[in-house]
Design a protein around this ligand. Structure first.
Ligand code: AMP
Length: 218
């Protein structure tokens, strides 16, 4: 059992938040909550929310704070979050962090640690534009650094691999700009609260994972 179990993974797109969530969830009973995955599911289901979110996501911009904060508030109340959870890609603004502080305290599931994934910018662009995602299990691969054994097929479940529409060079660059402007103030915000733990997320996956487990048990 980890010492810190209600977690936020904070870092720019392509930093490996989803990639390191996978082994952590295999080892620990944690729920994985990715606001990006929830929004993509809404798009796939053709809901009104999905339709309005798609236009925003394809530009690399942020969906309104209250919408994502409400989605997360409802999600962390669910039973599978009782032993801990990973918030991946949320909060992305200080306003979202404030809304989360309220909703998580209300259900007795306040945040124990915010892990900051540090990666140099050049590596992020390379990772994002070469990223492939499994349609079925959401595992991520990379055409350069982490190729699947069979082209286009997920090693874990045999699902089809695809490139996210917002992983084009132009949108990836815009998402990084949005991170700098709107999300990076959270580094200061959580440092002041004394719960920010940085890791070097440019390392290979096994070393990055060791660093992650190290901070969660410190
Ligand atoms: P991700 O899968 O985390 O890279 O998110 C993909 C896209 O979904 C982002 O570029 C945003 O358009 C939207 N999104 C995901 N999470 C949030 C959030 N916490 N706040 C606002 N928009 C979000």
């Amino acid at each position: 059992m980890l010492k810190k179990k209600n977690l936020i993974f904070l870092g720019p797109p392509g930093a490996g938040k989803g990639t390191l969530s996978e082994p952590l969830m295999a080892a620990e009973k944690l729920a994985h909550i990715s606001t990006g995955d929830i929004l993509r599911a809404e798009i796939a289901a053709g809901t009104e929310l999905g339709k309005s979110a798609k236009a925003i996501m394809d530009k690399g911009q942020l969906v309104p704070d209250q919408i994502v904060a409400d989605m997360v508030a409802a999600r962390i109340r669910q039973d599978d979050c009782a032993d801990g959870f990973i918030l991946d890609g949320f909060p992305r603004t200080v306003a979202q962090a404030e809304l989360l502080a309220e909703s998580s305290a209300k259900c007795g599931r306040s945040i124990d640690a915010v892990v900051l994934f540090n990666v140099p910018r050049e590596i992020l662009i390379q990772r994002l534009t070469a990223r492939l995602i499994c349609r079925q299990c959401k595992a991520s691969f990379n055409k350069i650094f982490a190729k699947p054994a069979v082209e286009g097929v997920c090693d874990h479940c045999g699902g089809e691999l695809y490139q996210r529409s917002d992983d084009s060079l132009e949108t990836a660059q815009n998402r990084l700009k949005v991170y700098d402007e709107q999300t990076s103030p959270l580094i200061d915000y959580y440092t002041k609260k004394g719960i920010l733990f940085p890791i070097d997320a440019s390392l290979p996956k096994d070393q990055g994972y060791a660093a992650l487990v190290g901070v969660l048990n410190a």
